[in-house]
Design a protein around this ligand. Sequence first.
Ligand code: TYM
Length: 358
Amino acid sequence: MSTPNKEIVVSGIRSTGNLHLGNYFGALRKFVSIQDDYDCNFFIADLHALTTNPDPDQLHANTKSILAEYLAAGLDPEKSTIFIQSDVPEISEMYLLLNMHVGIGELMRTTSFKDKARKALGIGAPPEGESDEAFEKEIIGATTNKRVNAGLLTYPTLMAVDILIQKASKVPVGKDQLQHLELTRRFARRFNSFYGVDFFPEPTDFEFGGAPVKVPGLDGSGKMGKSEGNCIYLVDEPKVLRKKVMRAVTDEGPQAPNSPMSEPIANLFSLLELTSKPEIVTSFREAYADCSIRYGDLKKQLAEDILAITTPIRERVADILADEDYLASVVRRGAERARERASKTLSEMRHIMGIRKF
Ligand code: TYM
């Protein structure tokens, strides 16, 4: 809620499907825990979701289900401003204005752009140490049926706008978003110095109790993510969830005391650390160190500890989703509040840039 003395926090999640454990531990859990102490603004990034050209009905359904999952996980519309990005048209206008100060080179060098563009073009990463020239040529030469859309390139501008339009100073996100946050600071600094104003604050990552999180997948390597197809969803039924965990990739087991862990096993332990009690983690670590560990037991424990977190959320989601009037009232109020500060920032920004009324 807009409170003058509290620091402003902004964060969002794209509406590309149900929320998974990466979204939960990287973002949503933090959102819920800071609602009393900050001026919190949490939204559903449906415009960002458009960068991957979703089916229209699916986009709407995803936006709605994420809203229900936000509320089921404990986001409280009495404490936080909860809104849908596209309900704040000031964001789209500011996106156009801010783009005038963003370089296409810096956007093309963004890791997430390179990953997504590669996926769109169906090309792999260059071998270690090799230049990305071929990739740049591919993008410029791409044909109409195999193209990288401009929205994907300017994704970081839109994200910077979400943050700067609310003049936020803190942004709770997972590790994968830190580069976007760095760009946001750069764009804010550049705007301030170009116009000789002290207008945008430079937002920082919001961490409490440790470093930014990267929740791994259970398929052996890399992070948990929708495009990686390795997600455990908050709304997964217990049977499905247990099956996913029991199928997690492992290795042949430690061959000697105190062996280093392979990536799949280290990933299982990372998840265990996020979901289980410290004494449970310690006992499995000891069992690994003395080679008595049974991965089946570890997975069973992990599945139950994940379920202890997700079950109350899953059970609330269905009821919330069924109450269309409630959902509509939450986002109507949220948009009103978000637009108050957004319209002020935008009109000041227009003035600074010389777009003024006669
Ligand atoms: P998105 O939708 O990809 O992810 C939403 C949030 O979940 C976090 N996350 C993870 N954290 C740890 N481990 C993982 N495996 C994992 N997977 C996802 C992300 O870090 C993120 O915090 N660009 C953003 C959405 C956005 C936004 C913003 C965020 C748009 N505008 C303004 C903050 C402020 C995104 O794509 O998140």
